[in-house]
Design a protein around this ligand. Structure first.
Ligand code: IMP
Length: 174
């Protein structure tokens, strides 16, 4: 049974409560603005779906495919865009939705990249932050949880493409 390989770290109910709080804050901050939630695939697809439904605004959702780890569990520092935007984001208030900020390399690369593509503003919303590994200064405007230096799976996050469907955030046991 694959669930024997994992240990629950943050239960689904706690995630749901935190996502609702973030959604309320974003709703207040982005009233009368042109909010585009930019979901960074694949890891943030579950978070984006819940967050979007917690925000009470006529927002747009866009997806950007990025690969930074390959199938390894440590960062290579190389960010590769595997699926680009299908519509321009010029003049839009872009909120990047990330599953996790680890070294911060992916998020800082994306923030620069989107500014250059003419966004009116670019901010970052991350479900998780692992400060132990942070390699570049990164401003996370909306953060779900800070965690220790552990590899987590579930709620969209994977290990070699598995476990994204677990409803809780879990730690992989060796
Ligand atoms: P960074 O560029 O090092 O900040 O890495 C960010 C990306 O690495 C995230 O968007 C995830 O896809 C992946 N990642 C980092 N830590 C974990 C983890 O603990 N579990 C699953 N994926 C992770």
């Amino acid at each position: 049974m694959y669930r024997n390989n994992v240990e629950v770290s943050i239960p689904a109910d706690d995630i749901a409560a935190r996502v609702r709080e973030l959604g309320q804050r974003i709703t207040e901050d982005y009233r009368d603005r042109r909010l585009v939630l930019l979901s960074v695939l694949k890891g943030s697809f579950v978070f984006t779906a819940d967050l979007a439904r917690s925000i009470d605004l006529p927002l747009r959702v866009e997806f950007l495919g990025v690969q930074s780890y390959g199938d390894s569990t440590t960062s290579t520092g190389v960010v590769q865009i595997t699926q680009d935007l299908t519509k321009p984001i010029e003049g839009e208030d872009v909120l990047i939705v990330e599953d996790i900020v680890d070294t911060g390399l992916t998020s800082s690369y994306l923030m620069n990249h989107l500014q250059h593509r003419g966004a009116a503003s670019v901010k970052l919303c991350a479900l998780l932050h692992k400060p132990a590994k942070t390699a570049v200064p990164i401003d996370i405007s909306y953060l779900g949880f800070t965690i220790g230096d552990l590899f987590v799976v579930g709620y969209g996050l994977d290990a070699a493409q598995r476990y994204r469907n677990l409803p809780d955030l879990c730690i992989l046991k060796e």
